[in-house]
Design a protein around this ligand. Sequence first.
Ligand code: XMP
Length: 511
Amino acid sequence: MSHEKILVLDFGGQYNQLIARRVRDHHVYAEIKSFETPIEEIRAANYKGIIFTGGPNSVYDMSSPHYQKEILELGVPVLGICYGCQLISWMLGGKVESCEKSEYGKIEITLSGESRLFKDVPEKSVVWMSHTDYISIPPEGFTVTSSSADCPCASMENAERGIYAVQFHPEVTHSEYGKVILKNFLYEVCGCKGDWVMDNFIENTVEKLREQIGDKKVVLGLSGGVDSSVAAGLISRAVGSQLTCVFVDQGLMRKDEGDFVEETFTRLFDMKFVRVNCQKQFIEKLKGITDPEKKRNTIGTEFYKVFWDKIREEADGGFFAQGTIYPDRIESGKGDAATIKTHHNQVKMPEDITFDGVIEPLGDLFKDEVRRVGEKLGIPKELVWRQPFPGPGLGVRIIGEITEEKIKVLQEADAVFRDEIRKSGIEDQLSQFFAVLPDVQTVGVMGDHRTYDHLIAIRAITTDDFMTADWARIPYDVLARVSNRITNEVEHVNRVVYDITSKPPGTVEWE
Ligand code: XMP
């Protein structure tokens, strides 16, 4: 079954993924494509509507991303946002100029006249603005539908042609009625019905998977993370024990995590579950390595070696599945590619392993949608809402050389911290929280004895996107309990410190 689709045409704005997510929140499927997508492809896709995103450029600078005018003549409604709004004006002969002073932040706009786009929006409301150019004269045939103190044209439209444009960002939550405005565009202007619902997604995907897989086998690498877990759940629902999940436990997971993953999947789903326990092998490989990048590389290389060896054993033709999600696939949406740290998420298949094809059942979903599917499949909350956990695991939370003893100390301390956070009821307010073993020993006193033992650092952050983060203001009494319990219950720890560094300048992980 094909569903209604909205195109988010990307002109380089920072909110392009957010726009697509907001559209989907209204049960309409949205996909992001670069402004370089040929018009024939856009025409052929039968979109219900097109949204031009914002972007950092000026339309009158010819090196900025532009698009051919014919896109406004496809008979498909268009909504331009910020740069997209100026682009529409520029394309149709309106005038775009540089503001005397940039308009930035929460700004009040006043509506003028009737507009389908502003149905159920009060005459005055607050929107999020961030622009240096503005439309001084709208194109012929356009009516100004709102303005602000500094912006004579905060929105404009040519309703007859189905072209709408807003200078502000309706996709950002600071725009009070942003949700309503987007909904109006989808339902009042584009005539969408709202057929993007997760129940349908599961049903359709299971059906498609059955057709594609037939009676062949599928292997999937399960990491215990959200994406591969939900992918495994979907495929198992489609083809049951034709699915083999390979779970490599390198011994760098949190306390009892490997057992929890195994227990959950074997209990919930019909599949063949293969667990490879290889902590000893990893510790051996990591002996003497202290450099963070070298450690990451060693863990990554060894992981894939073990993984592919097992896949070679288990694969029997058929398909290879992975939990790729939509943001992994959007090319235009990629930000600054500078490598601060090497991450090892991309799976590259060795040449000697061949499959009939690769299956990525979550390739069209955003993370929040993956979680919704996971919940509907009955995967437990601990897995579906699991906080991010780095591929190299505790390996990047133990500074210096990794040993079995240090892993054990860190696992125990981390488990206490997580337990206290859960009990205190503040878990939902934190984006990520964990313990670190900085490999520092300090002097302490226990009873009448002097001790010289490990220091444990605890880290908890709040963030929207993990690119920047703030340290969480955990109540002192919770910190006190964590510190008490760790020093009492975890052997070889005599001191606990709390990391109060934001990102930047610190990263989330210590290595
Ligand atoms: P940093 O430390 O770079 O972390 O501020 C940002 C987010 O990424 C996670 N992280 C990783 N995830 N493989 C991963 O899959 C890695 O090597 C890795 N390093 C950091 C980190 O936990 C945080 O959520």
